[in-house]
Ligand binder design. Sequence first.
Ligand SMILES: [Zn+2]
Length: 279
Amino acid sequence: MVPVLTVERGFIGVGGLCLLLLIEQVWPFRRPVESRRRRYAINFFITGSNTLLLSILLGGLLVSAYHSLELQRFGLLQRLGIGDWPNVLLTVAWLDAVTYWWHRAYHGLPLMWRMHRVHHSDRDLDVTTSGRFHLTEMALSALFRLGVIALWGPLVSAVVIFEIVFGLFNQLEHANIQLPQRLDRRLRAVFVTPAMHRVHHSEVPEHTNSNYSTIFSWWDRLFGTYRAIPEQGALVIGLPEYPRSEDVTLGKVLAMPFGPPCEAAQPAQDPRLAVSLAK
Ligand SMILES: [Zn+2]
């Protein structure tokens, strides 16, 4: 979510998007409930305007801040003198763990949920959803991660590698595709798959409040938020408070963080439901 702007990252991001868009057209998993053209227009507008505005507003600041932090040898890894590859591996794992908890904060705190519900209000799930975040969420996350990186002290290249891996997983896990079950199960032991993340976009609160990880699935397993739903055809994607197309027009989506007060997506209280859905 942090816009570390490199040409390579841009090309890889566009390449991943195009490839997954193509696969979704040929082997889609779910039939859309919304007009695809309409959703694409909304999601691409949000993704494109975010990229442009964040580049103008924060891109230069973040890149120069990362470089100056590296030069000043500030942060834990810099102080410890960790080698290049351990620096990269630890940085990818650490930033993914921090993002897991940051994602939980977006679900748990009402003010942050106002921003994050833009992402969850999409009534279908495909690779275009991976860029559907409100500008306020993108900017807040970028500044938060800058603080985390300052304290952590990674190489700039390690941050860029994290951004590339994170971006690709973000695209893959939102894609409207289904991996062969056995492959999905094996991958899910370590990584987040589309089937695992699809549960997070279900309109059932217990589902929404599970499977927060982006790269490594073990954060959800470790912190008790992992949920497997083998039968995914019946999942309803979106949020119960925005059940119709007219609830998620471009104007309404952009105004969502400033709209009427909302409740944070708290787990529902019915324990029978939780038991029946747990694997
Ligand atoms: Zn979420």
